[in-house]
Design a binder for this molecule. Structure first.
Ligand code: PAF
Length: 276
């Protein structure tokens, strides 16, 4: 497995090879490894990037304390048979004078996470566009855990004719239902026990949908579960169109429930398809 820091060296290593690409911020868990395995199954060459992207963190967010463990990441990726890891520094990707931003405009980025984290998606699309230009992948793999991010990247790839297949990979969960996230390490033991109720709320919405209830009734069922989570401040719960992420009043195929909120020490998000 090659470990490359410099963008120029990366371009040379992948020239003409159209790899499968898994962009990450490191501190890898089984959710990332599910992306890597899927990429390895579908592509002769697999590139993983590890870069904690300062542009997608707002003031007061956790950029400085975001968990990092490159040695462990290296061992995990080696064991998965990854061909190449690209691990640049912020100076490598954003040298002196870097001034470009790539932005998906409109409601897709303005609502939900966009409303709570202004500038976040602009940071994500800027770095992902840059990584796509460096790696030139045939396919790129993203977790459904960040469902809005996935929708935003699909929009960018279509709008800017990147010609890359964007593959969404289902969320990997702990046995109690908590969606895997690098930030779960921040949870106190008490809040770790409360956190799976987010998933239970999503399941309550899905159960209601399956029982023939309306969108409003499914939402009420989920909110009833969310109201029982100790020390938790709900940012939003919504049942949305799976492509535009606009809130729904009637069911559409693939309707998705989105949830986000905060314990004092960490913010969590999750989502689930609630209507087939
Ligand atoms: O999902 C992530 O880990 C990041 O947002 C990504 C896509 C690697 C861009 O920094």
């Amino acid at each position: 497995m090659r470990w490359i820091q410099s963008p120029r060296e990366l371009r040379e290593a992948v020239a003409g090879r159209s790899p499968g690409f898994v962009p990450t911020m490191g501190y890898l868990h089984q959710g990332h490894l599910a992306l890597v395995r899927r990429a390895r199954d579908e592509n002769p060459l697999v590139v993983v990037s590890i870069f904690v992207n300062p542009l997608q963190f707002g003031p007061g967010e956790d950029y400085d304390r975001y968990p990092r463990d490159p040695e462990r990441d290296r061992a995990l990726l080696e064991a998965e048979g990854v061909d190449l890891v690209f691990a640049p520094t912020a100076e490598d990707l954003y040298p002196e004078g870097f001034a470009t931003r790539v932005e998906v405009a409109g409601p897709l980025t303005a609502r939900w996470e966009g409303e709570r984290r202004p500038g976040h998606f602009r940071g994500v699309t800027t770095v992902v566009a840059k990584l796509f230009n460096l790696v030139r992948p045939r396919r790129a793999y993203f977790g459904e855990k960040d469902f809005q991010q996935l929708a935003v990247i699909r929009r960018m790839v279509a709008d800017l004719d990147f010609g890359i297949e964007v593959v969404g990979v289902p969320t990997v969960r702990e046995p109690d239902g908590l969606a895997l996230s690098s930030r779960n390490v921040y949870l106190t033991p008490a809040h770790r026990r409360e956190a799976p109720k987010l998933y239970r709320a999503l399941l309550a919405a899905r159960d209601a949908a399956r029982a023939g209830r309306t969108v409003a009734e499914a939402e009420a069922a989920a909110r009833a579960v969310l109201a029982t989570i100790a020390d938790f401040t709900l940012d939003y719960f919504a049942i949305v169109d799976p492509v535009t992420l606009a809130p729904l009043s009637d069911w559409v195929p693939g309707a998705r429930a989105l949830v986000a909120g905060r314990f004092p020490e960490v913010r969590l998000i999750d989502n689930l398809e609630v209507y087939p």
